[in-house]
Design a protein around this ligand. Structure first.
Ligand SMILES: O=C1O[C@H](CS(=O)(=O)O)[C@@H](O)[C@H](O)[C@H]1O
Length: 327
């Protein structure tokens, strides 16, 4: 299946990669050495992994909500994972092993948590946050933090961007010259030019703005295309974007044109990644948490992970480089 269609009604040949749904699946990545798909269940407070060749899903319960995770290396050798939990960054040397706190995130975990994030090609872990107010709508108090442990000393945390309610859609162009980042409720993905250190500089451009909900719209009614959630960039520099509550993913050119618009059998896809041995399997996580009962009855696979063969491979997963002196 090599989808190029921009017809959102095009039924794609998705296969369901998992039968057990997550409450809020996010942060998928393909581990090239283990040949496994990893992802998190934020609301389900767990990390999950799947060997597509054999089938069973392994689940590792977390003490608080995991927003995102990435594979880690030490001295160039695979060394477990880096994990952003509600308000802190942890290292795990093995699946199911001890969680070593390596840095706090500087906000009140009672009203904010780690959300979408991934590593850059230089080995740093970038983590965006989401506002979770005790009442009222989310406010633009979220930010994007860069966690750096490449040196021998303690890991450092630096706020790089801010002003979002739901940080999402983090990805870089293949050459690292562009950083993409979205604020889901703002219905827009923005793009920053980066310096040689892959740091965003100056004011962003809008990669794509998505239509907001029509006045009076209710879930399940036609007329709403969704809002930008997680994302991945492929080897041609195209930006795959999950459209939460839009029931689809779009493949956007670096100029923001729609190259593909592919419907899924769920309303709330959350994040794509490209994996498989040839990098040409598009995996998409999804959500069921907080969805209306009629939607879950109509779309019972909500929360599952889906797979689709595509013709442009993804970029290799970026690793967290841990240069700290061994504890
Ligand atoms: O990434 C996320 O996005 C979803 C979508 S939305 O912000 O509600 O529109 C959000 O529910 C979820 O909590 C967050 O992790």
């Amino acid at each position: 299946m090599h989808p190029r269609s921009t017809d959102p009604q095009t039924p794609a040949a998705w296969t369901r990669a998992t039968t057990e749904p997550s409450q809020l699946g996010e942060s998928p990545f393909w581990h090239p050495d283990e040949r496994r798909l990893y992802w998190v269940d934020i609301a389900g407070r767990a990390l999950l992994r799947l060997d597509p060749a054999s089938g069973p899903v392994d689940r590792w319960a977390m003490p608080t909500e995991p927003g995102c995770m990435a594979p880690a290396r030490r001295a160039g050798a695979p060394d477990g994972f880096v994990i952003a939990l509600r308000a802190g960054i942890f290292r795990a040397r093995t699946w199911g092993g001890a969680l070593e706190p390596i840095a706090d995130l500087p906000f009140d975990p009672a009203t904010q948590r780690a959300n979408d994030g991934k590593c850059d090609a230089l080995g740093r872990f970038w983590v965006g946050t989401v506002h979770e107010p005790t009442e009222g709508p989310r406010q633009p108090v979220g930010a994007l933090y860069c966690v750096d442990a490449r040196g021998p000393g303690a890991a450092t945390v630096r706020k790089v961007l801010d002003g979002v309610a739901t940080a999402n859609g983090l990805a870089w162009s293949p050459d690292g010259a562009t950083l993409y980042w979205s604020d889901t409720p703002a219905h827009a993905v923005r793009a920053w030019e980066c310096n040689a250190d892959r740091e965003p500089v100056g004011e962003p451009r809008v990669l794509r703005r998505f239509d907001p909900k029509p006045a009076g719209w209710k879930p399940g009614q036609p007329g709403y295309g969704g809002r930008p959630d997680g994302a991945a960039v492929d080897a041609e520099g195209a930006y795959w974007c999950a459209l939460y509550e839009g029931g689809r993913v779009q493949r956007l050119s670096p100029a923001g044109e729609v190259l593909a618009d592919i419907a899924l059998p769920v309303r709330c896809p959350t994040m794509p990644c490209l994996g498989g041995d040839d990098g040409r399997t598009l995996y998409v996580t999804s959500a069921r948490e907080g969805r209306p009962a009629h939607e879950l009855a109509e779309l019972p696979q909500s929360g599952c992970v889906f797979a689709l063969r595509v013709d442009v491979p993804g970029l290799p997963v970026a690793w967290f480089e841990d240069g700290r002196a061994a504890g």
